[in-house]
Design a protein around this ligand. Structure first.
Ligand SMILES: [Zn+2]
Length: 110
């Protein structure tokens, strides 16, 4: 790994960081952190360890691409079962739906 940030050319410093996934710390990992933009870079070995930790915590692969469908006159988005489980969503769970900007819809579990 080079010691320059691939995004901004800032300097990288090796640190042990608390790695967070969806707001939950899943462990401490070795990273090279950019002193300019804050981006964190991981070597292959660490990436594998992070993946294992994500699987163990049940947060691996929760970000998925899905497609808008339709039902009657409404557009619908299917939520994969792993994500539903993680968010504790069930049939009839009340959620608040609102646009955050033109590219992002938030679904807030009440
Ligand atoms: Zn940077």
């Amino acid at each position: 790994m080079k010691n320059k940030c691939a995004l901004c050319k800032g300097e990288l410093k090796e640190k042990i960081i608390d790695y967070k996934v969806y707001g939950k710390i899943i462990g401490k990992f070795k990273a090279k952190v950019c002193n300019s933009c804050g981006e964190q870079w991981f070597d292959e070995e660490t990436s594998k360890k992070i993946e294992d930790a994500e699987k163990k915590e049940g947060v691996f692969g929760l970000s998925v691409e899905t497609k808008i469908g339709y039902s009657g006159n409404s557009l619908i988005i299917r939520i994969p079962v792993e994500l539903a489980k993680f968010m504790n969503l069930k049939r009839e769970t009340r959620v608040l739906l609102y646009p955050e900007d033109k590219n992002k819809i938030c679904v807030m579990v009440k």
